[in-house]
Design a protein around this ligand. Structure first.
Ligand code: CU
Ligand code: CU
Length: 373
Protein backbone atom coordinates (compact mmCIF):
# COMPACT_ATOMS: atom_id res chain seq x y z
CA UNK A 1 0.00 0.00 0.00
CA UNK A 2 1.32 3.42 -0.97
CA UNK A 3 1.84 5.85 1.88
CA UNK A 4 -0.02 8.81 0.37
CA UNK A 5 1.01 11.30 3.01
CA UNK A 6 4.67 10.48 2.56
CA UNK A 7 4.43 10.34 -1.22
CA UNK A 8 2.53 13.63 -1.20
CA UNK A 9 5.18 15.29 0.92
CA UNK A 10 8.09 14.42 -1.32
CA UNK A 11 6.27 15.25 -4.55
CA UNK A 12 4.98 18.51 -3.17
CA UNK A 13 8.36 19.64 -1.89
CA UNK A 14 10.07 18.65 -5.13
CA UNK A 15 7.45 20.47 -7.18
CA UNK A 16 7.68 23.57 -5.03
CA UNK A 17 11.47 23.64 -5.18
CA UNK A 18 11.34 23.46 -8.96
CA UNK A 19 8.79 26.23 -8.91
CA UNK A 20 10.96 28.45 -6.64
CA UNK A 21 13.93 28.18 -8.94
CA UNK A 22 11.75 29.48 -11.76
CA UNK A 23 11.13 32.60 -9.72
CA UNK A 24 14.76 32.69 -8.46
CA UNK A 25 14.00 35.39 -5.97
CA UNK A 26 14.16 33.71 -2.60
CA UNK A 27 17.95 34.00 -2.10
CA UNK A 28 18.10 37.64 -3.07
CA UNK A 29 14.99 38.46 -1.15
CA UNK A 30 16.36 36.90 2.04
CA UNK A 31 19.27 39.38 1.94
CA UNK A 32 16.76 42.20 1.83
CA UNK A 33 14.97 40.70 4.82
CA UNK A 34 18.23 40.64 6.78
CA UNK A 35 18.48 44.42 6.86
CA UNK A 36 16.55 44.02 10.09
CA UNK A 37 14.88 46.41 12.48
CA UNK A 38 15.05 49.96 11.24
CA UNK A 39 15.21 53.02 13.42
CA UNK A 40 11.61 53.96 12.59
CA UNK A 41 10.07 50.98 14.32
CA UNK A 42 12.17 50.96 17.46
CA UNK A 43 10.03 52.03 20.36
CA UNK A 44 6.71 51.49 18.59
CA UNK A 45 4.02 49.86 20.65
CA UNK A 46 3.42 46.18 19.87
CA UNK A 47 -0.10 44.87 19.90
CA UNK A 48 -1.22 41.31 19.32
CA UNK A 49 -4.22 40.87 17.08
CA UNK A 50 -6.37 37.86 17.91
CA UNK A 51 -7.62 36.61 14.57
CA UNK A 52 -11.19 35.35 14.32
CA UNK A 53 -12.98 33.17 11.80
CA UNK A 54 -14.86 34.93 8.98
CA UNK A 55 -17.39 36.48 8.50
CA UNK A 56 -16.21 38.33 11.62
CA UNK A 57 -13.37 40.81 11.95
CA UNK A 58 -10.88 41.07 14.78
CA UNK A 59 -11.46 43.79 17.39
CA UNK A 60 -10.20 47.07 15.99
CA UNK A 61 -10.51 50.86 16.22
CA UNK A 62 -12.00 52.55 13.18
CA UNK A 63 -10.07 55.74 13.88
CA UNK A 64 -6.51 55.07 15.01
CA UNK A 65 -5.65 56.04 18.58
CA UNK A 66 -2.14 57.40 18.93
CA UNK A 67 0.77 56.68 16.64
CA UNK A 68 1.66 53.75 14.43
CA UNK A 69 1.95 50.33 16.04
CA UNK A 70 3.44 46.98 15.26
CA UNK A 71 0.41 44.75 14.87
CA UNK A 72 1.49 41.15 15.34
CA UNK A 73 -0.47 37.99 14.71
CA UNK A 74 0.10 34.29 14.09
CA UNK A 75 -1.43 32.18 11.37
CA UNK A 76 -1.18 28.44 11.09
CA UNK A 77 -1.49 26.79 7.71
CA UNK A 78 -4.01 23.99 7.81
CA UNK A 79 -4.34 21.35 5.09
CA UNK A 80 -7.59 19.51 5.63
CA UNK A 81 -10.49 17.91 3.86
CA UNK A 82 -13.44 20.30 3.72
CA UNK A 83 -17.04 19.63 2.75
CA UNK A 84 -17.90 22.57 0.45
CA UNK A 85 -21.44 21.39 -0.35
CA UNK A 86 -23.42 18.46 1.04
CA UNK A 87 -21.42 15.33 0.16
CA UNK A 88 -18.80 17.26 -1.84
CA UNK A 89 -15.30 17.15 -0.36
CA UNK A 90 -12.07 18.90 -1.32
CA UNK A 91 -8.49 18.62 -0.10
CA UNK A 92 -8.42 22.23 1.07
CA UNK A 93 -5.37 24.32 1.93
CA UNK A 94 -6.14 27.15 4.31
CA UNK A 95 -4.84 29.87 6.56
CA UNK A 96 -6.09 29.06 10.06
CA UNK A 97 -8.43 26.32 8.88
CA UNK A 98 -11.04 28.57 7.28
CA UNK A 99 -11.89 29.64 3.75
CA UNK A 100 -11.32 32.52 3.42
CA UNK A 101 -8.49 32.92 5.90
CA UNK A 102 -9.02 35.37 8.76
CA UNK A 103 -9.29 39.11 8.15
CA UNK A 104 -6.37 41.15 9.45
CA UNK A 105 -7.02 44.80 10.35
CA UNK A 106 -4.44 47.57 10.76
CA UNK A 107 -4.07 51.28 9.99
CA UNK A 108 -1.88 53.09 7.50
CA UNK A 109 1.70 53.39 8.79
CA UNK A 110 1.27 50.47 11.16
CA UNK A 111 3.59 47.52 10.70
CA UNK A 112 1.98 44.14 10.19
CA UNK A 113 4.12 41.36 11.65
CA UNK A 114 2.94 37.88 10.83
CA UNK A 115 4.29 34.62 12.21
CA UNK A 116 3.35 31.98 9.65
CA UNK A 117 3.53 28.36 10.77
CA UNK A 118 3.46 25.30 8.52
CA UNK A 119 3.00 22.33 10.87
CA UNK A 120 4.98 19.22 10.08
CA UNK A 121 1.74 17.29 9.63
CA UNK A 122 1.19 19.25 6.38
CA UNK A 123 2.38 17.91 3.04
CA UNK A 124 3.15 21.05 1.03
CA UNK A 125 5.39 24.11 0.98
CA UNK A 126 3.37 27.30 1.47
CA UNK A 127 3.91 31.04 1.74
CA UNK A 128 1.94 34.29 1.77
CA UNK A 129 1.67 37.12 -0.75
CA UNK A 130 0.06 40.23 0.72
CA UNK A 131 -1.33 42.52 -1.97
CA UNK A 132 -1.23 45.24 0.70
CA UNK A 133 2.56 45.03 0.98
CA UNK A 134 5.46 46.27 -1.12
CA UNK A 135 8.36 44.11 -2.28
CA UNK A 136 9.53 40.48 -2.56
CA UNK A 137 6.43 39.18 -4.39
CA UNK A 138 4.24 40.67 -1.67
CA UNK A 139 6.25 38.76 0.91
CA UNK A 140 5.92 35.50 -1.02
CA UNK A 141 9.66 35.47 -1.69
CA UNK A 142 10.44 35.73 2.02
CA UNK A 143 7.90 33.37 3.49
CA UNK A 144 8.30 29.96 1.83
CA UNK A 145 7.93 27.42 4.62
CA UNK A 146 8.18 23.66 4.31
CA UNK A 147 6.23 21.44 6.71
CA UNK A 148 7.76 21.83 10.17
CA UNK A 149 8.93 25.43 9.57
CA UNK A 150 7.76 28.88 10.60
CA UNK A 151 8.71 32.32 9.35
CA UNK A 152 8.14 35.90 10.54
CA UNK A 153 7.39 38.64 8.00
CA UNK A 154 6.94 42.30 8.78
CA UNK A 155 5.68 44.88 6.30
CA UNK A 156 4.66 48.49 6.55
CA UNK A 157 1.04 49.23 5.69
CA UNK A 158 1.43 52.13 3.29
CA UNK A 159 -1.77 51.80 1.24
CA UNK A 160 -5.26 52.29 2.67
CA UNK A 161 -7.83 49.77 1.54
CA UNK A 162 -8.94 46.18 1.53
CA UNK A 163 -6.58 43.72 -0.09
CA UNK A 164 -6.35 40.03 -0.83
CA UNK A 165 -3.60 37.83 0.57
CA UNK A 166 -2.94 34.35 -0.73
CA UNK A 167 -0.46 31.52 -0.93
CA UNK A 168 1.82 31.66 -4.00
CA UNK A 169 4.43 28.93 -3.73
CA UNK A 170 5.52 29.12 -7.37
CA UNK A 171 4.52 27.79 -10.77
CA UNK A 172 1.35 25.75 -11.10
CA UNK A 173 1.20 25.51 -7.33
CA UNK A 174 0.05 29.15 -7.27
CA UNK A 175 -3.39 28.66 -8.86
CA UNK A 176 -3.71 25.23 -7.24
CA UNK A 177 -3.22 26.60 -3.73
CA UNK A 178 -5.42 29.64 -4.36
CA UNK A 179 -8.34 27.57 -5.67
CA UNK A 180 -7.82 25.06 -2.89
CA UNK A 181 -8.91 27.80 -0.52
CA UNK A 182 -5.62 29.40 0.50
CA UNK A 183 -6.53 33.09 0.47
CA UNK A 184 -7.97 35.80 2.66
CA UNK A 185 -8.05 39.57 3.07
CA UNK A 186 -6.54 42.40 5.09
CA UNK A 187 -8.04 45.81 5.76
CA UNK A 188 -5.74 48.81 6.17
CA UNK A 189 -7.86 51.67 7.46
CA UNK A 190 -6.92 55.33 7.04
CA UNK A 191 -5.69 56.52 10.47
CA UNK A 192 -8.47 59.12 10.48
CA UNK A 193 -11.11 56.54 9.54
CA UNK A 194 -13.26 56.07 6.43
CA UNK A 195 -14.60 59.06 4.53
CA UNK A 196 -17.76 59.44 2.47
CA UNK A 197 -17.99 61.05 -0.98
CA UNK A 198 -17.90 64.51 0.64
CA UNK A 199 -14.84 63.73 2.73
CA UNK A 200 -16.81 63.40 5.99
CA UNK A 201 -15.94 60.69 8.52
CA UNK A 202 -18.18 57.65 8.30
CA UNK A 203 -18.28 54.79 10.76
CA UNK A 204 -19.88 51.36 10.75
CA UNK A 205 -21.80 49.60 13.49
CA UNK A 206 -20.58 46.22 12.38
CA UNK A 207 -18.51 44.65 9.64
CA UNK A 208 -18.69 41.35 7.81
CA UNK A 209 -16.12 39.64 5.66
CA UNK A 210 -17.29 37.50 2.77
CA UNK A 211 -14.67 35.47 0.91
CA UNK A 212 -15.86 34.09 -2.39
CA UNK A 213 -14.14 30.94 -3.59
CA UNK A 214 -14.28 29.14 -6.91
CA UNK A 215 -13.80 25.37 -6.58
CA UNK A 216 -13.00 22.90 -9.36
CA UNK A 217 -14.03 19.47 -8.10
CA UNK A 218 -13.36 16.49 -10.40
CA UNK A 219 -16.22 14.13 -11.20
CA UNK A 220 -16.23 10.47 -12.11
CA UNK A 221 -17.91 8.96 -15.21
CA UNK A 222 -21.30 9.07 -13.50
CA UNK A 223 -20.93 12.71 -12.55
CA UNK A 224 -20.26 11.91 -8.88
CA UNK A 225 -17.79 14.27 -7.20
CA UNK A 226 -14.53 12.51 -6.45
CA UNK A 227 -12.81 12.45 -3.08
CA UNK A 228 -9.05 12.27 -2.51
CA UNK A 229 -6.63 11.44 0.29
CA UNK A 230 -4.24 14.40 0.00
CA UNK A 231 -3.86 17.67 -1.94
CA UNK A 232 -1.11 16.21 -4.08
CA UNK A 233 -3.28 13.22 -5.04
CA UNK A 234 -6.17 15.50 -6.05
CA UNK A 235 -3.93 17.83 -8.05
CA UNK A 236 -3.83 16.16 -11.48
CA UNK A 237 -7.60 15.73 -11.82
CA UNK A 238 -8.31 19.13 -10.30
CA UNK A 239 -5.95 20.84 -12.76
CA UNK A 240 -7.98 19.36 -15.62
CA UNK A 241 -11.15 20.95 -14.25
CA UNK A 242 -9.28 24.21 -13.55
CA UNK A 243 -8.26 24.41 -17.21
CA UNK A 244 -11.93 24.65 -18.20
CA UNK A 245 -12.15 27.89 -16.15
CA UNK A 246 -15.58 26.64 -15.11
CA UNK A 247 -15.96 26.15 -11.38
CA UNK A 248 -18.17 23.35 -10.12
CA UNK A 249 -18.94 25.29 -6.93
CA UNK A 250 -18.77 28.90 -5.78
CA UNK A 251 -18.94 29.48 -2.06
CA UNK A 252 -19.19 32.40 0.31
CA UNK A 253 -17.08 31.41 3.32
CA UNK A 254 -16.15 27.87 2.46
CA UNK A 255 -19.42 26.02 2.08
CA UNK A 256 -22.61 26.43 0.12
CA UNK A 257 -24.98 27.87 2.71
CA UNK A 258 -22.24 28.92 5.15
CA UNK A 259 -23.95 32.30 5.54
CA UNK A 260 -27.60 31.45 4.96
CA UNK A 261 -30.49 30.39 7.20
CA UNK A 262 -29.32 30.01 10.80
CA UNK A 263 -25.84 31.21 9.82
CA UNK A 264 -27.13 34.40 8.20
CA UNK A 265 -25.42 37.70 8.91
CA UNK A 266 -27.54 39.98 11.07
CA UNK A 267 -28.27 43.67 11.39
CA UNK A 268 -30.91 46.06 12.73
CA UNK A 269 -32.77 48.83 10.95
CA UNK A 270 -30.63 52.01 11.01
CA UNK A 271 -27.44 50.02 11.55
CA UNK A 272 -24.61 50.69 9.15
CA UNK A 273 -22.79 47.58 8.01
CA UNK A 274 -19.47 47.36 6.20
CA UNK A 275 -19.32 44.40 3.84
CA UNK A 276 -15.87 43.38 2.66
CA UNK A 277 -15.86 40.98 -0.25
CA UNK A 278 -12.77 39.24 -1.61
CA UNK A 279 -12.24 37.00 -4.61
CA UNK A 280 -8.63 35.92 -5.03
CA UNK A 281 -8.98 34.31 -8.45
CA UNK A 282 -12.12 35.13 -10.39
CA UNK A 283 -14.38 38.07 -11.16
CA UNK A 284 -17.55 38.56 -9.18
CA UNK A 285 -20.34 41.10 -8.91
CA UNK A 286 -21.90 41.78 -5.56
CA UNK A 287 -25.54 42.68 -5.12
CA UNK A 288 -27.61 43.09 -1.97
CA UNK A 289 -31.16 42.17 -2.99
CA UNK A 290 -33.51 44.80 -1.58
CA UNK A 291 -30.68 47.13 -0.59
CA UNK A 292 -27.78 49.06 -2.07
CA UNK A 293 -24.18 49.96 -1.67
CA UNK A 294 -24.57 53.44 -0.10
CA UNK A 295 -20.81 53.90 -0.35
CA UNK A 296 -18.68 51.49 -2.34
CA UNK A 297 -14.92 51.38 -2.59
CA UNK A 298 -14.65 49.51 -5.88
CA UNK A 299 -11.19 48.11 -6.18
CA UNK A 300 -10.84 48.49 -2.44
CA UNK A 301 -8.77 51.70 -2.14
CA UNK A 302 -9.89 53.85 0.78
CA UNK A 303 -7.99 56.83 -0.63
CA UNK A 304 -10.45 56.94 -3.51
CA UNK A 305 -13.75 58.75 -3.21
CA UNK A 306 -16.34 56.02 -2.74
CA UNK A 307 -19.03 55.50 -5.35
CA UNK A 308 -22.54 56.12 -4.05
CA UNK A 309 -25.86 54.30 -4.20
CA UNK A 310 -24.73 51.39 -6.33
CA UNK A 311 -27.01 48.49 -7.20
CA UNK A 312 -24.17 46.05 -8.00
CA UNK A 313 -20.42 46.39 -7.67
CA UNK A 314 -17.69 44.41 -9.31
CA UNK A 315 -14.95 42.56 -7.50
CA UNK A 316 -12.25 41.66 -9.97
CA UNK A 317 -10.38 38.42 -9.45
CA UNK A 318 -7.45 39.16 -7.16
CA UNK A 319 -9.01 42.00 -5.22
CA UNK A 320 -11.25 42.86 -2.32
CA UNK A 321 -13.87 45.60 -2.29
CA UNK A 322 -15.77 47.27 0.52
CA UNK A 323 -19.34 48.54 0.67
CA UNK A 324 -21.19 50.40 3.39
CA UNK A 325 -24.95 50.15 3.75
CA UNK A 326 -27.41 51.45 6.32
CA UNK A 327 -30.39 49.11 6.50
CA UNK A 328 -33.76 50.86 6.26
CA UNK A 329 -36.18 47.95 6.30
CA UNK A 330 -36.40 44.73 8.31
CA UNK A 331 -36.51 41.33 6.68
CA UNK A 332 -34.36 38.87 4.85
CA UNK A 333 -31.85 40.22 2.38
CA UNK A 334 -29.93 38.01 -0.02
CA UNK A 335 -26.33 39.04 -0.59
CA UNK A 336 -25.33 37.44 -3.89
CA UNK A 337 -22.95 37.25 -6.78
CA UNK A 338 -25.33 38.70 -9.40
CA UNK A 339 -24.43 36.19 -12.00
CA UNK A 340 -27.55 34.47 -10.73
CA UNK A 341 -26.55 31.11 -12.13
CA UNK A 342 -23.46 31.33 -9.95
CA UNK A 343 -25.53 32.49 -6.97
CA UNK A 344 -28.38 30.01 -7.12
CA UNK A 345 -26.91 27.01 -8.92
CA UNK A 346 -23.25 27.13 -7.81
CA UNK A 347 -23.67 28.53 -4.30
CA UNK A 348 -22.49 32.17 -4.28
CA UNK A 349 -25.18 33.50 -1.96
CA UNK A 350 -25.55 34.67 1.62
CA UNK A 351 -28.33 36.10 3.77
CA UNK A 352 -28.63 39.11 6.05
CA UNK A 353 -31.46 39.00 8.57
CA UNK A 354 -32.51 42.50 9.61
CA UNK A 355 -34.70 43.30 12.60
CA UNK A 356 -36.73 46.44 13.10
CA UNK A 357 -39.84 48.36 12.12
CA UNK A 358 -41.17 48.18 8.59
CA UNK A 359 -41.38 51.59 6.86
CA UNK A 360 -44.55 51.84 4.75
CA UNK A 361 -43.32 55.08 3.25
CA UNK A 362 -40.44 53.27 1.58
CA UNK A 363 -42.53 50.30 0.46
CA UNK A 364 -46.04 49.06 0.94
CA UNK A 365 -48.11 46.24 -0.47
CA UNK A 366 -51.09 48.33 -1.54
CA UNK A 367 -53.22 45.34 -2.42
CA UNK A 368 -52.58 41.65 -1.65
CA UNK A 369 -52.33 39.25 -4.61
CA UNK A 370 -55.83 38.24 -5.74
CA UNK A 371 -57.91 37.49 -8.80
CA UNK A 372 -57.60 39.94 -11.68
CA UNK A 373 -60.53 42.38 -11.53
CU1 CU B 1 -0.14 27.06 -0.02
CU1 CU C 1 -1.87 37.87 -5.90
Amino acid sequence: MVNFKKLGLSIAIAASLVAFSGVSLSGEALEVGKVGVTAQIQGLERVTQELVAPPFLPKHDQVAKGGPQIVEMTMEIVEKEMEIAPGVFVQAMTFEGTNPGPMIVAHVNDYVELTLKNPKTNTMVHNIDFHASTGALGGGGLTNVAPGEQVVLRFKATKAGVFVYHCAPGGIMIPYHVVSGMNGAIMILPREGLKDEKGQLVTYDKAYYIGEQDWYVPQDKDGKFKRYDAPVIAMGDTMEVMKTLTPTHLTFNGKVGALTGENAMTAKVDETVLFIHSQANRDSRVHLIGGHGDLVWRGGSFNDTPATNLETWSVVGGEAAAALYTFKQPGLYAYVNHNLIEAIMLGAAAHVTVEGEWNNDLMEQVQKPGPIQ
